[in-house]
Design a protein around this ligand. Structure first.
Ligand code: PMP
Length: 346
């Protein structure tokens, strides 16, 4: 006789239904009530588990994928990790074409999750056959029964959040949410969540967080793609140098930009005040909240939900490294006391 054991069948059953956590000390001086949707509780430690599982399962429903099929994507970031994770459980091959700029740590992490990684030269243009876009496209065309996730241009990216993140937040706030604030990279998270929330209550205000060096905010305001807006920045995962069709700009009320430096300090502050070890873009979204608060955006009865997309452990050699912070000049303007406190006993 089989004993009744209270266990999940596999880790995919743990995707989604992430907790909403009240923010306390970091929001002390702000007007309103602040809640974070903590996406690091997903088994792959980021919001990207949702789209990886959803897009792959949609392809299964359509009969495109069969056992041993191949999933292809062009990212060394969270999406790559989530796709690799889902592929393991479902028995697919995972191929990731990534830029030669990607850190060794990231590539090792993806390979540890069984992905086959193609490292493509970073300096070539997007239409060069060696670029990671073209390599992914070619592999997709050559591999029968494969799917190309193409997260920036895939409507299913929005749909994944429309079906999961949106309803979860609506339920968790009992419909009392007034503001949604989220970083916009592909735009899937903010667009899908906003679409659901605005269908329930069109008054929910949706604010996207963008980087200096990205085209999204200006495009939203003017419908113009301005290449002069583009320059390098350090935060990974928000902002873009192209207009992703996975962003529904109509659903976003406004964009706000944040700096690399303030976002990094704010990420460290969240960890130290809330005990929530979060990634760089969680710092960015909270930095945006501080700026919006200073502009008088919120009232005392506002219920603001922010999305914290991933976990701090992915940023040990960046935001959580004092050496890295110092190299960026991020400790020049702020008190160095903020550096990690270490005492060496001799
Ligand atoms: N933060 C991080 C760390 C991410 O990896 C991403 C995804 N690019 C985002 C925020 C933004 O999410 P989305 O792509 O759904 O806009």
């Amino acid at each position: 006789m089989e004993h009744k054991i209270d266990a999940y069948n596999n880790i995919l059953e743990l995707i989604g239904n992430t907790p909403l956590v009240k923010l306390n000390r970091i929001a002390d001086q702000l007007t309103g009530n602040f809640y974070a949707k903590v996406e690091a509780f997903n088994p792959g430690h980021s919001s990207k588990d949702r789209i990886a599982a959803y897009i792959i399962e949609e392809a299964e429903r359509k009969g495109i994928l069969t056992e041993g099929s191949t999933i292809i994507e062009t990212t060394s970031g969270n999406t790559g990790f989530s796709i690799a994770m889902v592929s393991i459980i479902k028995g697919y091959e995972c191929i990731l074409a990534v830029s030669s700029k990607s850190s060794k740590d990231k590539i090792d992490m993806l390979r540890s999750m069984g992905a086959k990684v193609y490292i493509c030269p970073a300096h070539v243009s997007a239409d060069d056959p060696r670029s990671y876009y073209q390599v992914a496209k070619r592999l997709h065309e050559e591999t029968k029964g494969s799917i190309y996730i193409n997260q920036y241009f895939n409507e299913l990216n929005i749909e994944a959040h429309y079906k999961t993140t949106g309803p979860e937040i609506w339920k968790q706030t009992n419909g009392n949410i007034t503001h949604l604030i989220a970083c916009s990279g592909t735009g899937g998270t903010i667009s899908g969540t906003a679409r659901y929330l605005k269908e329930q209550n069109p008054k929910v205000k949706v604010i996207g967080v963008d980087a200096f060096g990205s085209v999204l905010k200006k495009y939203h305001e003017t419908k113009e793609f301005d290449a002069n807006e583009i320059y390098p920045y350090r935060i990974e995962g928000l902002g873009k140098n192209l207009i992703p069709s996975a962003t529904d700009f109509e659903l976003i009320d406004k964009f706000i930009k944040v700096t690399d430096e303030e976002s990094a300090h704010t990420a460290r502050e969240i960890s130290k005040t809330e005990g929530l070890f979060v990634g760089y873009t969680s710092g960015a979204v909270m930095q945006a909240v501080k700026q919006l608060d200073a502009e008088g955006e919120f009232g005392k009865n506002s219920n603001i939900v922010v999305i914290f997309p991933d976990h701090g452990s992915r940023y040990m050699s960046k935001v959580y490294s004092d050496d890295w912070m110092n190299d960026q000049g991020f400790f020049d303007t702020k008190n160095v006391e903020e550096a990690q406190q270490i005492e060496f006993i001799k």
